[in-house]
Design a protein around this ligand. Structure first.
Ligand SMILES: [Cu+2]
Length: 240
């Protein structure tokens, strides 16, 4: 009975929300002057795959325009070219300072569909075959970039360099724009710089249910979220 009531309430809410949306759409159509009644409303159609990186930024972050204005006062942004261990280019990351918050845009192509862990690592060195700075025994692709930015201060996923995961579409393209207030320009401008890293597996953000790990997740998980190998790396450099 309770469930039934709850379901009913949800139904009512959903209906109300739909009616509300309908109202907004109607208003939107009216405010356009109705000159093109058949033209789809921007933002409601068009798959992300069809949307150019520019369009994606516009639709996802209204502040991007303000950011562009701000960037005149703020010196150049930062960029990273993401390359795999064979030197193949997977894509780029662009970083701009929007009133003290970092806006990061990642565009990639030619990848297998799925989710990929994405982080800022603490050292701006992307050596395909290298050793971890704090452990010469730990060797492999892009180990030179060190651990996640801020890995000394917190556990995953609370490192400054922990970022949303990258979703690659069936087409092999990925476009992701987000903002993080955990990183500052100083992190890129310090002596050892920083690197953008794409991993080979999804990041689980150390979200392991207790039924799988009664004692809590282990160090691998709280260290890096089981995101697997380092698939592609890009030194974060001032934009030209
Ligand atoms: Cu990483």
């Amino acid at each position: 009975m309770l469930q039934h009531t709850a379901r009913k309430t949800t139904l009512i809410r959903t209906t109300a929300a739909l009616l509300g949306l309908g109202g907004m759409l109607a208003l939107g159509a009216c405010s356009d002057g109705g000159s093109e009644p058949s033209a789809p409303a921007p933002g409601l159609t068009g798959s992300p795959g069809e949307t150019a990186p520019d369009g994606g930024t516009q639709s996802m972050s209204p502040g991007a325009t303000a950011g562009a204005e701000t960037s005149e006062a703020t010196p150049a942004g930062f960029t990273a070219t993401l390359q795999d261990a064979d030197g193949g280019e997977l894509g780029t990351a662009e970083i701009r300072d929007v009133e003290g918050v970092m806006e990061i845009q990642v565009d990639a192509a030619g990848m297998d569909p799925g989710f990929y862990g994405l982080h800022v690592h603490g050292i701006g060195e992307c050596e395909p075959d290298s050793a971890a700075p704090d452990d010469p025994e730990d060797t492999g692709a892009f180990k030179s970039a060190g651990g996640h930015l801020g890995s000394q201060e917190a556990d995953h996923p609370d490192h400054a360099g922990d970022l949303p995961t990258l979703l690659v579409q069936e087409s092999g393209d990925a476009h992701l724009t987000f903002r993080t207030d955990r990183i500052s320009l100083d992190d890129f401008e310090d002596e050892d710089g920083a690197a953008m890293m794409v991993h080979s597996a999804p990041d689980n953000f150390a979200n392991i249910p207790e039924r799988y790990a009664p004692d809590g997740p282990d160090e691998d998980t709280t260290g890096a979220g089981d995101a697997g190998d380092r698939l592609a790396c890009g030194v974060i450099e001032p934009a030209a």
